[in-house]
Write a new protein. Structure first.
Length: 552
């Protein structure tokens, strides 16, 4: 029998500050009870103080809800529940492993965690601590994408090296790290397109308008910086002459963020109509899915690990234009379901100060996320070209929408994902039956702080090198000054290159029009190379230059 460790903060979705992990965990629980071979026999293991939150989950699951097993902190009651595995809705399963030890269930119970956000110090430390905590090869941490699997590897391997040097450790007993994606309930989206006319009328959208849709938290520092999307939409408007509307179906965490979005939209896409809808309201969100022509999400943030909204968009038969970033790489097939837009970030080893600021407590997690994403650029020109292609071809929109819908139905519907989990859990049971009788512990210890561009070097399409070429897009120093003054750019002033350096580099590139990065670095000999690289990435992020990869 399997059980779910019910932590209200991970499953309850009726919260003003709704997070993707809560939506994903609630969906997973619902899917397990609906599609699992054991069905309603699945149990909810609760810390006693969490019992008050089970009411909402019971109401959401309806008839699928099974009886909860109340356990006081997973101690004495755990052994008597006849549970062989626990699903824990986070990656840091080590502390739960300690509770398993206390309960005397080390060899009778497997723990299965999952990666959601892995960039925070708490989660990174929790993953590194797996090397020294009470976890075993019959446990698992499911990685939702190849990108996050690489990040987990980037945490564990250096820590193992440190333990070898410090303690002479030779053997490490780790849990399994399979890659299993998140899923969606496809049937909830499949027919939404049929009410397009009614939904548009409800939102005040004309039949001939081209409607782009972004869904998710509206956060420029912790989700997706909208500047590139805004600029690309404005370019698409200029090239096509079409009436373009952008629906931002999400929510702001505070008034400051909303003002920053309003300011950027007025400067960067004044010709595009912005429609804001509360994305936490399911009825309103369904209306948005139905009304839209094209879905877009240019994620550029290291805290993102999978990204479920492109799957929802494809299930709703929308073509998608997303950044070539993290889990999007695994779910969207470029030129089939939509377009993956190239991304660039700083090379490994640059940006240690950003990690240090976070490690020393100078920055909180929000600023660490924002500072890190500041030096990640999405190719604005290619994005605009993708927008234009879809705007001008209803047939391409239809074809890609159909392709994405089929892709999700075959590979990402929960009914196809849950059997993969059940196969994993059966495998863990088998490993436990073989290894448990002869297993012995070994002592270890740990840390985890490096440049985010080292830790996340696999996220972008490429990392900037001296062999890259930069191409001028916008020479205006006046416009650069205007963009740098935007709050959603200037908020990162603690790590931004000085404006005079940005201006100097832009003026030099303007003289050459096209120039290799190594020439720029050599010409700016009075400046630190790292500063020049940051400046180049920032200019690319702000759409003043384009970065071209070296010839193969």
């Amino acid at each position: 029998m399997r059980a779910f460790y019910f932590d209200p903060s991970s499953f309850v979705t009726s919260t003003p500050k709704l997070m993707g992990r809560q939506v994903a965990n609630a969906g997973f629980l619902n899917a397990c009870l609906r599609y699992s071979s054991q069905g309603k026999k699945a149990k909810l293991l609760l810390d006693v103080e969490a019992n008050q939150s089970i009411t909402e989950t019971k109401n959401n699951l309806g008839e699928l809800y099974g009886p909860a097993i109340l356990v006081d902190r997973l101690q004495s009651g755990l052994v008597s529940t006849n549970v062989s595995g626990i699903y824990f809705p986070a990656p840091d399963i080590g502390q739960l492993g300690v509770k398993r030890e206390i309960a005397g269930a080390r060899t009778t119970l497997s723990i299965c965690g999952i990666t959601h956000t892995t960039a925070s110090d708490r989660v990174a430390d929790g993953l590194a601590n797996l090397l020294t905590q009470a976890v075993y090869p019959w446990d698992a941490v499911v990685c939702t994408s190849k990108a996050v699997a690489n990040h987990v590897k980037n945490i564990l391997e250096p820590e193992m090296g440190r333990l070898r040097r410090r303690l002479g450790a030779k053997t490490f007993n780790l849990p399994q790290f399979p890659i299993i994606p998140l899923g969606v309930f496809g049937e909830q989206f499949n027919n939404l397109y049929k009410d397009k006319i009614g939904s548009r009328k409800q939102l005040g959208i004309a039949d001939d308008e081209i409607v782009f849709l972004y869904v998710g938290r509206l956060s420029f520092h912790a989700k997706a910086h909208p500047l590139g999307m805004y600029k690309a939409l404005e370019l698409a408007k200029e090239k096509t002459g079409k009436q373009i509307s952008l629906i931002e179906a999400g929510w702001f965490s505070n008034d400051y963020t909303q003002r920053a979005f309003d300011e950027a939209a007025s400067v960067c896409c004044p010709s595009v109509r912005i429609i804001r809808v509360d994305g936490r309201d399911k009825e309103k969100l369904n209306c948005c899915w139905s009304a839209a022509d094209i879905f877009t999400s240019l994620s550029d943030n290291f805290q993102e690990t999978f990204g479920i909204t492109p799957l929802e968009a494809m299930a709703a038969k929308l073509p998608v234009v997303v950044s070539d970033w993290n889990g999007y790489k695994d779910t969207v097939r470029n030129s089939l379901d939509g377009f993956l837009i190239p991304t660039h970030s700083l090379p490994s080893g640059v940006g240690s100060d950003i990690g240090n600021r976070y490690a020393l407590g100078m920055d909180n997690y929000d600023f660490f996320s924002g500072h890190s994403s500041t030096f990640v650029s999405v190719d604005i020109k290619e994005c605009a070209d993708a927008y234009v292609g879809l705007i001008e071809s209803p047939e391409l929109r239809r074809k890609m929408g159909e392709s994405g819908s089929d892709h999700v139905a075959k590979n990402f519907d929960w009914k196809t994902i849950i059997p993969k989990y059940e196969a994993l859990w059966d495998e863990l049971d088998e490993i436990r039956s073989v290894l448990a009788p002869k297993y012995s512990d070994e002592a270890n210890v740990y840390p985890t702080r490096r440049s985010p561009y080292d830790m996340f070097a696999h996220y972008p399409s490429s990392t900037l090198t001296l062999d890259h070429t930069v191409i001028l897009l916008e020479p205006s120093v006046k416009k650069l000054t205007q963009i740098l003054a935007l709050e959603m750019v200037n908020y990162a002033r603690a790590v931004l290159p000085p404006q005079q350096i940005l201006t100097k580099i832009l003026e030099f590139i303007s003289e050459k029009n096209t120039v290799n990065v190594d020439i720029v670095v050599q010409t700016m000999e009075d400046e630190e190379p790292d500063t020049v690289l940051r400046a180049i990435l920032l200019l690319a992020k702000l759409a003043f230059i384009k970065i071209k990869n070296p010839n193969p």
